[in-house]
Design a protein around this ligand. Structure first.
Ligand code: HPA
Length: 272
């Protein structure tokens, strides 16, 4: 069961270190892990110091919170997130989202690297997430609900804020960046999907696939954070091209797209 008390203790610990309440939090996915370097007035807090925070063990992920300023805005960044394939439950993967909420954060930007299912989209492009598909039974909200965190049955109709999606599209247009919009399918990994699974997800309406983000967005919806979800399309999903997938390819494409990703996020944050 999600513990309000634990999330509150973590939130108080972090606030005590940073003193200022940031209204914006960003979860940095693979490929964006260096984005925190551009922050001014930086304060870094390793996850290992924060009560009840897990450790990020995924390749390409750091394991710290970084607080600071981008332009005129204070933000807090999760450099490293928790995936179910690392052995974490969805509840553990979602725990930091409640911590951010209890700190006073209002907007959550979630980023990830994703496999591209929609053949009209291209590797290297960014996609704003308009909705998701989760076929696995698990949810971060399974178990007894604590009403202090959110309602038992939360509405997911606008989990990916239409306002923020429009803002991201407007900002991308202004910068001359291509920004796709689509549905993100969650798959638990760590194996990449089979070609048959990708075909099935495509028929179901997915445009991209990945192993993160969805537990965090369910939690954000539950506790009332406004979410912007952005995917970097790092590879064509399994079976679309007649070639195998490799994690190196995903990391490499993530690195290549990092500047483009950063440019968009910088401009979105300034407008929030
Ligand atoms: N599948 C799942 N997760 C991913 C992929 C993929 O093809 N690419 C990047 N993350």
């Amino acid at each position: 069961m999600l513990s309000y008390e634990k999330a509150k203790a973590s939130a108080d610990f972090i606030l005590n270190k940073i003193k200022i309440v940031p209204k914006i939090a960003i979860i940095l996915g693979s490929g964006l892990s260096d984005y925190h370097q551009k922050l001014d007035e930086k304060i870094e807090i390793p996850y290992s110091q924060i009560p009840d925070f897990p450790e990020a063990t995924a390749i390409g992920h750091k394991s710290k919170l970084v607080f600071g300023k981008i332009g005129s805005k204070y933000v807090i960044m999760m450099c490293g997130r928790f995936h179910c394939y690392e052995g974490y439950s969805m509840e553990q993967a979602a725990f930091p989202v409640y911590v951010l909420k209890l700190m006073g954060v209002e907007t959550l930007v979630v980023t990830n690297a994703a496999g591209c299912i929609n053949e009209e989209f291209d590797v290297g492009q960014l996609m704003v997430i308009k909705d998701h598909i989760k076929l696995v039974i698990d949810s971060p909200l399974r178990g007894i609900n604590d009403e202090r965190l959110g309602p038992r049955f939360n509405d997911m109709s606008f989990a990916y804020s239409p306002r923020l999606r429009d803002l991201a599209k407007e900002v991308a247009y202004g910068l001359g960046l291509t920004l796709r919009e689509g549905v993100y399918a969650f798959m638990p990994g760590p194996s990449y999907e089979t070609p048959a699974e990708i075909k099935a997800l495509s028929i179901l309406g997915a445009d991209a696939v990945g192993m993160s983000t969805v537990p965090e967005v369910i939690a954000a919806s539950h506790c009332g954070l406004e979410v912007l979800g952005l995917s970097m399309l790092t590879n064509m999903a399994a079976g679309i091209l007649d070639q195998p997938l490799s994690h190196e390819e995903v990391i490499e494409a993530g690195k290549n797209g990092a500047d483009y990703f950063a440019k968009l996020i910088d401009a979105v944050i300034e407008r929030l």
